[in-house]
Design a protein. Structure first.
Length: 316
C-alpha cells in the first residue's frame, strides 16, 4: 500500500518513521508513552474539572493553572496518539494537511507553555513580594490580558514558520525521520533550500527562550530574596524549588532538542527523537503534580469532588 513507500512522490502524505534505531521495541516504547499520556490527561483533566466546578478557586493563580493545563493537554494530544498508532498499529502515514496542523499545534503549544510559565512566575512574584496588592495588580482583566498575550504570541510566532515550511516543494522522499511532524525534520525533505525556515526557527526560539528564562530567573531571584529575608532557607527552597525544577525540566531538554535538531549531526537520530518526545510529554505529565495538586486548596477541592461524604467542608 502507499504508506509502505516513503519515496512515492505521487502521494501527498508523509510517513513518520517513529524513533529510528528503536524499531525493535515498539511495545515497550508504546507502554511508556501511553502511560505518560494517560497520566497527563487525567492529571490536567482533574485540575481543569476542579477549577471549573469549584467557585472558590477563582484567584488569578488558578486561572493561570487552568491555562497551563489546557496547553499541556493540547501538547501531548497533538503528538502521543499518532505516535502510539505508529508504534503499535504500524499506521505511519499522516496526511499533508494533518502533518502541518500537527506541526503548528506542537510548536504553538511549546511557545504557549513558555509564556504560561512566565505569567505564573509573575503571579508568584506579586503574591509573595506584594501580597497586599495582589488582587489589585492581578485583577481578572489583567490576568485575561496576560492569557491573551500568551496565546497570541504562541500563534503569531508559528504563523511565519508554518508559511515558510508549507511553501516548500516536496517532490522526493516523504519519510520524516521523526515520530511527529517536527518542522526541521519535514523541511529537510523539501526539494528547495529549507535554510530560511531553519534560521527563523533557531533565531526565534533562542530569542523567546532567552527572554523567558531571564524573566523567570529574575522573578524567582526576587522571590527567594524576599522569602530568605523573613523565613528559613528551607522554607524558601520549598516555596520555589519544585517550580524551578519543573521550569528546568521544560527548558533544558527543549533548548538541547532545538539545537540538536538544527546542528546535531554528531548526535544520533535516536537520541534526538527521544529527547524531543520526552520534552513534549514529561512536563505535561508532571505539571499537575508540581503546580496544582501540591496546592492544599486544589487537593481539598478534588477530594470533596471524589469523596463528597468523607471530606468535611472547610470551616471558614
Amino acid at each position: 500500500f502507499m504508506a509502505s513507500d516513503p519515496f512515492n512522490s505521487s502521494s501527498s502524505s508523509f510517513i513518520l518513521l517513529g524513533v529510528p534505531g528503536l524499531e525493535a521495541f515498539p511495545t515497550c516504547l508504546g507502554i511508556l508513552f501511553c502511560f505518560a499520556y494517560i497520566l497527563a490527561v487525567l492529571g490536567n483533566g482533574a485540575v481543569l474539572l476542579v477549577l471549573g466546578l469549584d467557585k472558590a478557586l477563582q484567584a488569578p493563580s488558578h486561572r493561570l493553572l487552568a491555562m497551563l493545563a489546557v496547553i499541556d493537554v493540547v501538547m501531548v494530544t497533538s503528538v502521543v496518539p499518532k505516535l502510539l498508532s505508529v508504534l503499535w498499529l504500524g499506521s505511519a502515514e499522516i496526511g499533508h494537511v494533518a502533518c502541518f496542523v500537527q506541526m503548528f499545534l506542537v510548536h504553538s503549544a511549546t511557545a504557549g507553555e513558555s509564556g504560561a510559565l512566565v505569567a505564573m512566575a509573575v503571579d508568584r512574584y506579586v503574591a509573595i513580594c506584594h501580597p497586599l496588592r495582589y488582587r489589585a495588580v492581578l485583577s481578572g482583566r489583567t490576568t485575561a490580558r496576560m492569557g491573551l498575550a500568551v496565546l497570541l504570541r504562541a500563534v503569531l510566532s508559528m504563523a511565519p514558520l508554518t508559511a515558510l515550511v508549507t511553501s516548500l516543494p516536496y517532490c522526493g522522499s516523504r519519510a520524516v525521520p521523526h515520530s511527529y511532524c517536527e518542522h526541521l525534520a519535514v523541511a529537510s525533505l523539501a526539494c528547495a533550500d529549507p535554510g530560511p525556515s531553519g534560521l527563523y526557527s533557531v533565531a526565534w526560539s533562542s530569542l523567546v527562550v532567552g527572554l523567558d528564562v531571564a524573566f523567570i530567573a529574575v522573578s524567582y531571584g526576587m522571590i527567594l530574596r524576599a522569602v530568605l529575608g523573613k523565613e528559613s532557607p528551607r522554607r524558601a527552597l520549598s516555596t520555589c524549588g519544585c517550580h524551578l525544577c519543573a521550569v528546568l525540566l521544560f527548558y533544558v531538554p527543549g533548548v538541547v532538542s532545538i539545537y540538536c535538531q538544527r546542528f546535531g549531526g554528531a548526535v544520533p537520530a535516536r537520541e534526538r527523537v527521544l529527547l524531543a518526545d520526552l520534552y513534549l510529554t514529561l512536563p505535561a505529565t508532571l505539571n499537575p503534580l508540581v503546580y496544582s495538586l501540591r496546592s492544599r486548596q486544589i487537593r481539598r477541592a478534588l477530594l470533596r469532588m471524589l469523596l463528597p461524604r468523607k471530606v468535611l467542608p472547610e470551616a471558614g
